[in-house]
Design a protein around this ligand. Structure first.
Ligand code: URP
Ligand code: ZN
Ligand code: ZN
Length: 637
């Protein structure tokens, strides 16, 4: 039912949102839909923090959103924090709000808590008395209770706190046929019921950067196959992985693709997509094989600016960008300057400096920054979106931030190793530091802080594991045993399983990010960016029932025995994490319960991905290309 407003629309009309949980110290997000032609043109937000009022920013709803929905973000600078912090329950919240708007009428949609304000979860009324319409402001359509009773859910997850990238609310989730069929305050019993009281019901994680059963740029096969890797992912609350089909020089793409598809088909216990690694952008690859692969739902390619076996020249990078632009795909870039690294490495090894710590010396910050700067320029020339993977430096993050500030579609990723490790971890006796060698290498505390900031302000779009698993033996990182030089060590660290628990502890638990941001960074943004949202990455009616139930208070001490991948070690050995996924569903089927794997090899399905907004070119030509277009000689012609 619409809320009436001052007919004349003069002046400001106060709409008080009297949410049952409204407290001065708790933030709310409210969706509002406008009725009428030019209903909401501007609004004014006021926020209450303690006694009195604080003026918020002026709000303006773009014309094309009038009649639709809009969401105003939590106001900045009005946050309150309480509680003991990383080692225990905490409460991070913002403020109660009133909106002053000037439309003829508006409808108030979902009013939801902002941030992890409940540890353990407390009830959150939804729908509430300000949500009169069935669909407004809610990701769910109302289910018919009659039909639910006649056709019960296969599974009902009851009494939990459902968290998506934008909402947190107390609700039951009904699952039928592997999909979410209903989300309501109370649902009738399903054929099976799960009690999620005091627990968090989260979308299963999506890990969009991991190497599984892959032939690496060093020519070494990863330690994990599609079974061990997906088992490990599931134990850590991840239910979709997007690893790589890796083309090497001389490889025909369709052959590579068929090989990886077959390996995954018979072994994966959770769903998976594929990116391509393009190392051989010959005419056939560019003209036929890449477009065909895109048509099959492989809508992202990784290219390398370093590594002898896989790196592309600038002209080749432009070729790949042009194909991605034309056919709708996202190009992921490993951005490090090859020459800078190999020049330094030659001098190090030439003078007998071969220990793992020299790996971190050779992969300088400047080599990352140079390559990021260059690939941004290439992407701008081609007018093609890119996503810079495993960004590790403040300098690199700043370049990406500036590019985005100029309107370029430059997305980026960081990984656990850049938030939770430093170069000191590599500096160990003998070759032990090899366990922490990845490219780019972990840096220092200031770089960690820059990565957190980048995640917080959206410069870094996704948080992925870059799981690159190699054992500490002759088949993996140490081909020459104790004599192995840092140049011979396979690059990469494992991280599929601990990616989310680490972020939960050091991100949510430490008050750095909200629960909603946790879901966004660990699941939703991956699915959105890579073209499988809302099938994956959220809990909404119609989404795949990929759900991880987290116990926010579960304490787990990390040991290599606990982790299920095949590397035999974890870089996070000995840490105690708070918050753990205790029950994990893949398309409604239990895959992890009570520390046991219930998923079967081969039950995971291939996820064909579609065009995402991230993949759409900005449509901005550099001036020379614009001139060329004006002369009627477009590059694509
Ligand atoms: O060191 C890393 N990251 N190894 C995996 C391959 C890659 O570059 O992503
Ligand atoms: Zn890489
Ligand atoms: Zn990688």
């Amino acid at each position: 039912m619409p809320v009436p407003f001052d007919e004349a629309g003069h002046g400001e009309t106060a709409l008080e949102i009297d949410h049952p949980r409204l407290r001065p110290d708790v933030g709310l997000e409210v969706t509002i839909a406008a009725q009428g032609d030019d209903a909401i043109t501007a609004g004014r937000e006021r926020a209450r923090l303690g006694p009195g009022w604080i003026d918020g920013d002026d709000l303006a709803i773009p014309e094309d959103e009038v009649g639709g929905r809009n969401r105003w973000p939590t106001g900045e600078g009005k946050k309150a924090q309480q509680g003991p912090g990383p080692d225990g329950p905490h409460l991070k919240s913002t403020h109660g709000r009133q909106w002053y708007v000037r439309p003829s009428q508006v409808e108030i949609g979902a009013v939801t808590m902002v941030g992890p304000d409940v540890f353990p979860p407390r009830p959150l009324a939804r729908p509430h008395r300000y949500n009169p319409g069935p669909s407004l402001g809610s990701p769910t359509a109302r289910p018919s209770l009659v039909s639910s009773l006649m056709n019960p859910f296969d599974l009902t997850i009851r009494h939990g706190t459902v968290v998506t990238a934008i909402d947190s609310f107390r609700a039951d989730v009904g699952i039928r046929g592997g999909r979410v069929a209903a989300i309501e305050e109370t649902l009738p019993p399903g054929i099976e019921d799960v009690d999620a009281r005091d627990q968090l019901v989260l979308p299963g994680g999506v890990d969009s950067h991991c190497h599984i059963e892959q032939l690496s740029s060093f020519g070494i096969r990863c330690a994990d196959d599609f079974h061990s890797a997906t088992v490990s992912a599931a134990f850590g609350g991840t239910t979709t992985v997007i690893p790589f089909c890796a083309q090497h020089r001389g490889d025909a793409l369709p052959v590579v693709l068929a090989d990886y598809a077959e390996r995954a088909r018979t072994k994966a216990v959770i769903d998976y997509g594929f990116h391509l690694i393009v190392a051989n952008p010959d005419e056939r690859t560019l003209a036929t094989d890449l477009p065909d692969a895109i048509g099959q739902g492989l809508r992202s390619f990784k290219i390398f600016m370093t590594y002898e076996r896989t790196m592309l020249r600038d002209e080749q990078i432009l070729d790949v960008l042009a194909v991605a632009r034309r056919h709708g795909a996202l190009v992921m870039v490993h951005a490090e300057n090859h020459g800078m690294i190999s020049w330094l490495a030659g001098r190090m090894t030439g003078s007998g400096r071969t220990a793992p710590r020299y790996h971190a010396i050779c992969h300088t910050r400047g080599s990352e920054a140079e390559a990021i700067n260059r690939v941004i320029a290439l992407a701008e020339l081609a007018d093609c979106p890119i996503l810079v993977v495993h960004v590790s430096t403040p300098e690199g993050i700043q370049l990406i931030r500036e590019a985005r500030g100029r309107g370029l579609k430059v997305f980026a990723e960081t990984c656990p190793q850049y938030l939770f490790l430093t170069a000191r971890d590599i500096d160990r006796p003998g070759v032990q530091g090899a366990a922490f060698c990845c490219s780019p290498p972990p840096r220092d505390e200031a770089a960690q802080e820059a990565c957190w900031q980048g995640l917080k302000d959206g410069t870094l779009t996704v948080y992925s594991s870059d799981h690159a698993p190699y054992r500490m033996d002759a088949a993996g990182k140490l081909p020459n045993g104790e004599q192995t030089t840092f140049k011979e060590m396979a690059n990469g660290v494992p991280g599929l399983e601990l990616r989310l628990p680490l972020l939960f502890t050091y991100g949510v638990g430490a008050g750095r990010i909200s629960l909603n941001e946790f879901v966004a960074l660990g699941a939703a943004k991956h699915a959105q960016t890579y073209g499988c949202f809302p099938q994956k990455g959220t809990i909404a009616v119609g989404s795949d029932a990929d759900i991880a139930i987290w116990d926010p208070l579960r304490e787990v001490r990390i040991t290599s025995e606990l982790v299920h991948d095949n590397t035999g070690y974890t870089p996070y050995e000995g840490r105690t994490l708070h918050g753990w996924p205790v029950l994990v569903f893949s398309r409604g089927r239990r895959v992890v319960e009570d520390g046991k794997m219930l998923g079967q090899p081969g039950q995971g399905r291939f996820v064909a991905r579609g065009l995402s907004e991230a993949m759409r070119p900005a449509g901005r030509h550099v001036s020379e290309i614009a001139q060329l277009e004006a002369w009627g000689r477009p590059l694509d012609g």
